[in-house]
Unconditional design. Sequence first.
Length: 409
Amino acid sequence: MSGELFILVLVVITALGFDFTNGFHDTGNAMATSIATGALKPKVAVALSAVLNLVGAFLSVEVAATITKDVLKIQTKSGALVSGLDAEKAMLIIFAGLIGGILWNLLTWLLGLPSSSSHALFGGLIGAGLAGAVTINWNGIFSKILIPALLSPVIACLVAAIGTFCVYAIAAKARADRKNEGFRWGQIGTASLVSLAHGTGDAQKTMGVIALALIAHGSLTAQGIEDNGLPVWVIFACALAIALGTYLGGWRIIRTLGRGLVEIEPPQGMAAEASSAAIILTSSHFGMALSTTHVATGSILGSGVGRPGAQVRWGVAMRMATAWLTTLPAAGLVGAACYGVAHLIGGVPGAIAIFVVLVALSAYMYLRSRAQKVDHRNVNDEWEHGEPGQLASSAETDRPSVSAGRNGR
């Protein structure tokens, strides 16, 4: 096996690893409110989400095409690599960018912060690209990534607030038990739609990165993707990886979104999920690499704003917003550092070195997470003071006591 092919294999494996972290990091975007209200049992919710993520990954490739041409400029219109860039260097840049995205995903998961997996990936790629002196497509980044990132949570919040207000107004005279029961069934439908939408967007981002590596290696061209689409094995592998990650469930993130932001009732949950699904599906259709985390969080906050008398924990929201703002630069710094190490060592040894760093830091964060374990058994326990997504020992809580028996029905 040649050195270039070995690095390509490492890049594909790492890309699927990123897709896996994306799955468990973003499960809460679709299922947190359904779990919080008891519309679905936790294990059933993540299993349903996993299946629909798998299906959604096959529905569109617009976002994948965006990744291949709107972040890094590694290929000319003729299909050749840009001047000053060889296959090994291009793949090391992509590899380092993926490591930056994975490590930021794992760190924010450990802290229970619903940051954007998409922006972690883009930040890692941009940082590694700058370190490798590759041209960055700033126009594409601003139009397809940054502007949607700023607008999407605001739009989602407004749409969900209006939807929640209308839902409560229409159902005001209905009996509380019948209203909640009906909206729980509605939540199952809307949460399923969000999972499907997530598959059409986020799985494709990893497909785009693998396609970018194949372009760098010379196994694929951007024009070939436009003409014939992505190779079937790329679509299937990415769909399977994100579905598996989704099934394992990012319980720390689910806890923060379902319990930490807003007191969620079934009508709110349905309004929030419907808003998220509509916005994510629209963005996927236009090839915008939207952050489902930003959309889902904005929708959940909007459901709190739109419900009269609802409690919104703005402190938790501000911590999440801080994580959003730091995601791109933080992942970019890690991506740049990893490329610097790989480039300094050079070739296959450099790629192996940063892969070892990735494995070691991932294992460390996983072991740290076991100290304060959050899973399907305690994800719905009452929200405590302390870091978002983690169960604190303090008896003082931010909200009235809620039985852990609301895990499901």
